[in-house]
Design a protein around this ligand. Structure first.
Ligand code: NAP
Length: 236
């Protein structure tokens, strides 16, 4: 059975990917900090193996990975720091964003790729963002992490493609998840999703399709954005 290791699987895009891949017959390891959310996920899909770990905890990740052979690694965990002008940004928020969105993904990948290179197969996906490819105000550090993820994914592909390992960057824009839960009030979030936007399950379906391609086909990147303009119901 093909094994998928997904970070940020307790919510949003990662949770949808965990469910979709479990339904598609993958052996899924779902990573997140929220024990309650992991329990809920496992109740919904008993085959999923929950792993309660913080992706910034290197030692914990190393010990989790010691006994697992991973075919598909999905670096998806991410945070959005409070929105605002970079000049006002708190240093602690800068550090946390760099650590979760960038350092943790690179280090986790480093832990996993030697076994993929040795087996001459594997697939690594990163949940990037349109923010890494276009400039928007008030999200400078988040954008920097996603641009860095894009650069890392491309160079990683150049290193590993000769060993049969595929690398895919998911370039998502405005997916209805909990990403803004802690930084926008309910009214602002409702406004953000007033028009029908991309749903986590839409991204998950693309991921299942990308992974189903034969080993010689590497989808290096796919973009998934809301269709504009839409009415609140999502129909034109
Ligand atoms: N939503 C969008 O519009 C959008 C657009 C482009 C890209 N993205 C990217 O999509 C990815 C998933 O975000 P989402 O939109 O699905 O948001 P979400 O619903 O808030 O999910 C974020 C996930 O990341 C996990 N996470 C955060 N910090 C973690 C840590 N230190 N250790 C382990 N897990 C951690 C959370 O789990 P716990 O809290 O349980 O740890 C949660 O499962 C992120 O990389 C985000 O940047 C989202």
């Amino acid at each position: 059975m093909t094994t998928a290791f997904i970070t940020g699987a307790t919510s949003g895009i990662g949770r949808a990917m965990a469910i979709a891949l479990s339904d598609a017959g993958y052996n899924v390891y779902a990573v997140g900090r929220s024990q309650a959310a992991l329990r809920e996920l496992q109740a919904e899909r008993p085959g999923i193996v929950p792993i309660a770990v913080d992706v910034t905890d290197r030692e914990a990740l190393e010990s989790v990975l010691a006994d697992i052979t991973i075919d598909v690694l999905i670096n998806n965990a991410g945070i959005m720091p409070p929105l605002g002008n970079f000049a006002d940004m708190k240093i602690a928020d800068i550090d946390a964003t760099l650590e979760v969105n960038l350092s943790a993904a690179i280090l986790l990948t480093r832990l996993v790729v030697p076994q993929m290179r040795e087996r001459q197969s594997g697939h690594i996906l990163f949940t990037g963002s349109v923010a890494g490819h276009a400039a928007f105000s008030n999200i400078a550090v988040y954008a920097a992490t996603k641009a860095a993820i894009s650069g890392f994914a491309g160079a990683l592909r150049a290193d590993l493609s000769p060993s049969g390992v595929r690398v895919t960057e998911i370039v998502a824009g405005r997916v209805e998840t909990q990403l803004y839960q802690d930084i926008l009030d309910a009214k602002a979030r409702a406004a953000m999703y007033a028009s029908k936007v991309v749903q986590p399950d839409d991204v998950a379906r693309m991921v299942v399709a990308v992974l189903a391609l034969p080993a010689w086909a590497d989808v290096t990147r796919f973009d998934i954005m809301p269709t504009w303009p839409t009415s609140p119901s999502g129909t034109k």
